[in-house]
Design a protein around this ligand. Structure first.
Ligand SMILES: [Zn+2]
Ligand SMILES: [Zn+2]
Length: 394
């Protein structure tokens, strides 16, 4: 019997989209599903044909070959791949399909939003990375800015050395789960108005492991891992800031089934510094200077996170002036540069003057002239006079 054209089988044209192909298949598969047509050989034949067509047209690679070479392009005797197409022909009953109907329906519905498929249980039988461990450490401002090494203590799950993580007592090994045959999942097929819908659930006997431990290791009670307190030296990267996390690879909990260990995530709390504050990678500092230093100018010593630097302030520097020291801030955590340091000049007004000092200061103050010595003051009060006319006399 010559094979029918796959597009005709599904009742679509050659330009049908993926969604249209799927839709057509879904409709026909429901119509001819053996569950709906008990004992109807013609329906079973149709069903087989529909599945075969969909098998090819839903696979972009096979579809391309079919479009180019017709049936010869996808016939098993040409491809030699021994795939599910091979099972067709000469079947007498439902069981001979060579294709799991549950699979068909699972694949079919999983693309349609929440019908049956979607949330497959995770196969825990394959190697997977262990869970991350999170800890918090405290650093001083300088430790965070410049980087440091810290020895930290924390708890994590490590592979049990008595059973090397297998969970079985010495001389025994886990046996394949009889309920799921080692797959870790159990397929459940339900009848619905749309036909049989198959879903998978995690096997309860082996909890998805695929194996059952009949002789548990006495040290880890069969879990394969034991909680251990460890002490580890870690390098805190220079430039890290408060509430940031750095990661130490593979120092977390042991992996499963030979998978790598999880990571250690270190959350950093940084103490405040008594003179420096931080904004990103920039350092800010307020520098109290003497009145006379600002009046006369001076060579001043400025603290930075890596030591002191000298800086010349010019005669008549005003309080509130901010200097920038380029590159004197905190190193970038990526190692590609530094922030800046900003120094804000503040005046410390002298207290506790004696009588003689006060007299000298009064004499000095009396010698100053607004016009000559206080440009800002002059400007300020002239503007004020404009605003208030004769209300104020200064
Ligand atoms: Zn053990
Ligand atoms: Zn099982």
């Amino acid at each position: 019997m010559p094979k029918r054209d796959y597009y005709n089988v599904l009742g679509i044209n050659k330009n049908a989209s993926e969604a249209e192909i799927k839709k057509a298949f879904r409709k026909l598969a429901k119509q001819y599903h053996p569950d709906m047509n008990s004992g109807d050989k013609a329906a079973a034949e149709k069903f087989k044909e529909v599945n075969e067509a969909y098998e090819v047209l839903s696979n972009s690679e096979k579809k391309a070959r079919y479009d180019q070479f017709g049936h010869a392009g996808v016939d098993p005797s040409y491809s030699g791949s021994g795939n599910t197409n091979t099972g067709f022909g000469g079947f007498g009953n439902f069981g001979d399909f060579g294709m799991d109907l549950g699979d068909i329906f699972e694949n079919m519905f999983s693309g349609f939003g929440g019908f049956g498929g979607g949330s497959r249980p995770k196969n825990q039988n394959i190697p997977s990375k262990g869970a991350n461990v999170e800890i918090t450490i405290g650093l001083t401002f300088m430790e965070a800015a410049l980087g440091t090494k810290k020895t930290i203590k924390f708890d994590r799950y490590e592979l049990c050395d008595a059973c090397s993580g297998s969970g079985s007592e010495k001389g025994h090994s886990p046996s394949t789960c009889v309920d799921c045959g080692g797959t870790g999942t159990i397929k459940v097929t339900q009848r619905t108005p749309f036909g049989a819908v198959s879903t998978s659930r995690t096997c309860t006997r082996c909890k998805g492991n695929g194996t059952v431990i009949e002789h548990p290791c006495p040290k880890c009670s069969g879990s394969g891992s034991v909680r251990k307190s460890v002490s580890l030296e870690v390098s805190c990267p220079a430039g890290i800031d408060n509430r940031q996390i750095f990661v130490v690879r593979n120092q977390g909990n042991a992996g499963h089934k030979g998978g790598p260990a999880g990571d250690l995530e270190v959350l950093v709390r940084v103490e405040k510094h008594h003179i420096f504050s931080r904004d990103g990678y920039d350092v800010h500092c307020e520098l109290p200077l003497r009145f006379s230093q600002l009046v006369l100018g001076d060579e001043i010593t400025i603290p930075t996170i890596t030591g002191k630097v000298t800086y010349s302030i010019t005669e008549g520097t005003q309080p509130g002036t901010t200097f920038r020291l380029k590159g004197k801030g905190i190193p970038y955590t990526n190692g590609r540069g530094f922030g800046d340091e900003y120094i804000k000049v503040v005046i410390e007004v002298p207290r506790n003057l004696n009588t003689k000092q006060k007299e000298m200061l009064r004499e000095f103050a009396g010698s100053l002239k607004t016009e000559k010595n206080y440009a800002k003051r002059k400007n300020f009060f002239e503007k004020l006079k404009d605003d208030f006319k004769d209300a104020f006399a200064f």
